[in-house]
Write a protein that binds this ligand. Structure first.
Ligand code: PLP
Length: 361
């Protein structure tokens, strides 16, 4: 009897595996390790958020509310959108995957800038659709004109990551509106705003303003970054009715745990305090950015909670130097390093390391 393995879809062969940010090693005799590799919020959950999570834990024998009723109502009030325009999922990556499943399959194209969020090629290929990667400009910004030029009758979905992960760069209102005007109305444009709360540049539009008058625009948001709930896996989309309804169809049943739902509601109710923390992180971001410029680095202006250093062939050496000093960063070998803005002490260690590295370049 010849042994054959189960037949798997050929599409899976080309899929890169998601590389999570390296955890901070518990250095026994080395320096304290800070994890600046996953764009997480360095603050622990607020007391009220912890209490809601602990309370939800007493009902772990039950399935969660599949419709996420409490969270949906809270989101509807907070953002002024009808319930029928909302859909939740297991992190905004989960919702992004649902969006692709709802729009694209073999023979269809999903477009995004490159380099951008590394989940995009993975979830595109899983669906069997073809990824179309449009290079960033020399300034590491989305090339929206080139993206509009690349649209054809196979294009089903376009991600615009604003600010872009991993470069931190933004697209502004005027260019984004010009782009949206050029994209056919039967192509879904997904504005991935995972870092929305960190934006201080007033020329960056809030995707929710753009979606209102454009039925082919969907906005992705997450509780993982500014709201500090990365470990709970909850995100949401705001989209017009046929798209939002399709998202509810493609959701994994009971995907968002009750703990995640309740913690997300508690976070929205503690928003002032949470956004105060975001304000501190923005100050730290500006300090890190200015510090790097003073050291002579070329850094694209960032509106997110991270900075991007295009180090090319020196990328891995730089990441190794940071690790030796006690900060874990996120290298993209041959391209650059993304460094999350963390607690002040971590940012100081990073700045010192960058300065020393630069002195030897
Ligand atoms: C972190 C991130 C997300 C959010 O991921 P979750 O699944 O919500 O944790 C989405 N998009 C981008 C671009 C991100 O960087």
């Amino acid at each position: 009897m010849s042994e054959t393995s189960p037949k798997l879809r050929a599409e899976l062969d080309g899929i890169p595996t998601y590389k999570p940010g390296k955890p901070a090693a518990a250095g026994a005799d080395g320096p304290t390790a800070f994890k600046l590799s996953s764009n997480e919020n360095p603050y622990p959950p607020l007391p009220g958020v912890m209490e809601s999570a602990v309370a939800a834990a007493s009902a772990f024998n039950r399935y969660p509310d599949m419709a996420c009723t409490g969270l949906m109502n809270e989101l509807s009030d907070r953002f002024g959108v009808p319930l029928s325009h909302l859909a939740t999922g297991t992190g905004s990556v989960g919702v992004a995957q649902q969006l692709i499943q709802a729009t694209a399959g073999p023979g269809d194209e999903v477009m995004y800038a490159w380099r951008s969020f590394e989940a995009y090629p993975i979830i595109t290929r899983i669906s069997g659709a073809t990824p179309i990667q449009v290079p960033l400009t020399a300034g590491d910004v989305h090339d929206l004109d080139a993206m509009a030029d690349a649209v054809n009758d196979r294009t089903r979905l376009i991600f615009v990551c604003n600010p872009n992960n991993p470069t931190g760069t933004v697209v502004h209102r005027e260019e984004l509106e010009r782009f949206l005007d050029r994209v056919p109305s039967d192509v879904l444009v997904v504005l991935d705003e995972a870092y929305r709360e960190f934006i201080r540049d007033t020329d960056v539009p809030d995707g929710l303003e753009l979606y209102r008058s454009r039925p082919n625009v969907a906005v992705l948001r997450t509780f993982s970054k500014a709201y500090g709930l990365a470990g709970l896996r909850v995100g949401f989309a705001v989209a017009h009715e046929p798209v939002a309804a399709a998202l509810r169809k493609t959701a994994v049943p009971f995907g968002v745990s009750q703990l995640a739902q309740d913690a997300a509601v508690a976070s929205l109710r503690a928003e002032d305090e949470l956004l105060g923390r975001v304000g501190s992180l923005v100050s730290e971001r500006n300090r890190v950015y200015e510090g790097l410029l003073k050291q002579g680095w070329t850094v694209p202006p960032t509106q997110a909670n991270f900075v991007w250093l295009r180090l090319g062939e020196r990328t891995v050496d730089f990441a190794t130097a940071c690790e030796g000093a006690g900060v874990i960063v996120r290298p993209f070998p041959g391209e650059g390093v993304r460094v999350t803005v963390g607690e002040c002490e971590a940012n100081d260690v990073f700045l010192h390391t960058a300065e020393a590295f630069r002195a030897e370049m």
